[in-house]
Design a protein around this ligand. Sequence first.
Ligand SMILES: N[C@@H](CCC(=O)N[C@@H](CS)C(=O)NCC(=O)O)C(=O)O
Length: 217
Amino acid sequence: MTTPTLYGYYRSSASWRVRIALAWKGIEYDLKPIDLVKLEQKTEEYRKLVPTQKVPAFVTKDGKILSQSQAIMEYLEEAYPERPMFPKGLYQKAEVREICQIIACDIHPIQNLGVLIRVAGSDLEKRAEWARTSITLGFKGLEGRLEACSEKYCVGNSITMADFFLASIVGNAKRWEVDMSEFPIITRINNTLSTLPEFQSADPFHQPDCPEELRKN
Ligand SMILES: N[C@@H](CCC(=O)N[C@@H](CS)C(=O)NCC(=O)O)C(=O)O
């Protein structure tokens, strides 16, 4: 048994949600930063480890590797049952997965770095416009869904995995200057989450691989 390892990048929202889960569960881990801007995910060495060449990836305490943030988090849920990330009810559990997938499958992929480069090349303004529009369209559906299932948090009154996905995608929305005034429920839940220590410590600007000039104390 060894200390688990997270391969991630400070600004990657998929890595961010796994960091929140690790903090939530109180799991100690080693961080191996993969600098996406320097294309370290494209090296042969990383490809051998993670054939999809994306972050996050997680090496378990018994040395097994996993990629895909939701798969990693569901593994953590079963391997470390303290502080559950799912509610007990069958329907509520499915709602948590539904919110996670709205974010991970419908919103996140169309605004990630690989897509921005393909649609806009090095034109930073065009990249920002694409990301902003994609997140805005996705948030319309997310806001509508949350109207039905949210209370204090995304699903009811307990923190769940859905909140980890929400906090990280709102981080991207802020980065691309999405007008959040259209999304009062998303904003309210995110404001509550951002006061909690597990969310603060997982924030991109508190990570060791965050450049000095962006780092928060
Ligand atoms: N569905 C994956 C998404 C992984 C993903 O898109 N990661 C991005 C960073 S957030 C990445 O590694 N991008 C590098 C690239 O596209 O070259 C997950 O949830 O883990």
